[in-house]
Design a protein around this ligand. Structure first.
Ligand code: FE
Length: 387
């Protein structure tokens, strides 16, 4: 059996944050991050709209980037005391991801975190509350996906949670919020969205339900990302929708090894964090060339190239390279600033971790340890991928 799950309602367009006025409920907890939503006045709008709907509100503020297990537990405790029937999460990926996990511990106080890490093993949610998400960045699409990433800082591990129970009930995709993004964040999150759509399209579990969403998202990102990066707000609006379409595709078709590799290298080097979307953007053209050695995958990449009016897989990779140059994204891990000695020392462990990542299972080519090490080496030095 295959399943295709999306939010019940997706409101989109400028000013749709005011749709909150029409929400039916009694009590809403509003989960938010570090302060930009407050500074730009969006948090006030959320609270005013909910109050206008006759809904009592309580804030849970200060969800950190890469939210921790502790934050999740704190939020769940606040929810158990306040007893909301709506969870409203607003901001970048982090507060929405954290709120998804809080939701599970609110409804099931005795569940163990380890149990939630079993893919598609969540208990049945919506016994106490429903979930509404309002994204402020144009990349993760967590407002429509079945995923959440929570970090256990004591163990130094990122846990990807995956279950259709945590696909939100309502998403409000209001481009006014995306206007606050600085250009570098536009670049990284935009390339993350492109990677979601391309990986979903070539995934081994892609379907006729996900393919059109993926292709349309790819076309829109390629059309609008450069202008959005340059500050055109009409293009930024389209990017906000494109990333959401990409999310609808990959939530149901899953991802591939670009994400496996980005997950396991993001925090691996002492020289600093590699932002998720930046890592994806660097790895994407190399992985396309590697995957395209498999005939079925090559055909899928050719579909993508055709949809963009490009002639074949090489041209597709070349176009992605051009976008990376335009967006200020380096071509290699060396150029990013990873030290050669540290790269060599950690190569075998990183390759092993990437193979073990949850996203590897739906990649169209199954990498061996040797191939994964060669792939990372090619990406480090900017070498051709001919294996
Ligand atoms: Fe991603």
């Amino acid at each position: 059996m295959a399943r295709f799950t999306l939010p019940r309602d997706i409101y989109f367009g400028k000013g749709t944050i005011d749709e909150l006025k029409n929400l039916k409920g009694k009590k809403a907890i509003v989960v938010v991050g570090g302060g930009s939503m407050k500074r730009f006045g969006f948090l006030d709008k959320v609270v005013e709209n909910l109050n206008a709907a006759g809904i009592e509100t309580k804030l849970f503020e200060g969800v950190e980037p890469d939210p921790s297990v502790e934050t999740v537990m704190k939020g769940a405790a606040v929810m158990r005391e306040f007893e909301p029937d709506w969870i409203v999460a607003i901001g970048g990926g982090s507060p929405i991801d954290a709120a998804k996990a809080m939701w599970a511990f609110y409804e099931y106080p005795d569940v163990k975190f380890e149990d939630l890490c079993v893919p598609f093993g969540f208990p049945t949610l919506r016994q106490k509350a429903r979930f509404l998400a309002i994204p402020s960045t144009s990349g993760t699409a967590t407002e429509v996906t079945a995923f959440s990433v929570i970090t256990d800082y004591q163990k130094g591990i990122k846990y990807p949670l995956a279950d259709f129970n945590i696909t939100p009930d309502v998403a409000i995709v209001d481009p006014d919020l995306a206007e606050t993004m600085p250009p570098k964040l536009v670049a990284h999150t935009g390339m993350d969205a492109l990677t979601h759509a391309i990986e979903a399209y070539v995934s081994t579990v892609h379907s006729p339900f996900t393919d059109p969403l993926a292709i349309k998202a790819i076309q829109m990102v390629m059309q609008y990302l450069p202008a959005s990066f340059d500050g055109c707000m009409a293009a930024r609006e389209q990017m906000h929708y494109a990333q959401c379409l990409a999310g609808m595709a990959f939530s149901n078709a899953l991802l591939g090894i670009v994400h496996s590799m980005a997950h396991k290298t993001g925090a691996a080097f002492s020289t600093g964090h590699i932002p998720h979307g930046c890592a994806n953007a660097i790895y994407l053209p190399y992985v396309i060339k590697y995957n395209a050695k498999v005939m079925d995958a090559a055909k899928r990449y050719e579909d993508i190239a055709n949809a963009l009016g490009l002639d074949g897989v090489e041209a597709l990779c070349h176009r992605i390279d051009e976008y990376n140059v335009k967006l200020g994204i380096p071509k290699t891990l060396k150029d990013f600033g990873i030290v050669e000695a540290e790269f060599k020392e950690k190569l075998s462990a990183i390759a092993e971790n990437a193979i073990g990542d949850a996203c590897t299972g739906s990649n169209p080519r199954v990498p061996t340890q040797e191939e994964m090490e060669k792939l990372f080496t090619a990406i480090y030095y900017g070498e051709e991928v001919d294996f």
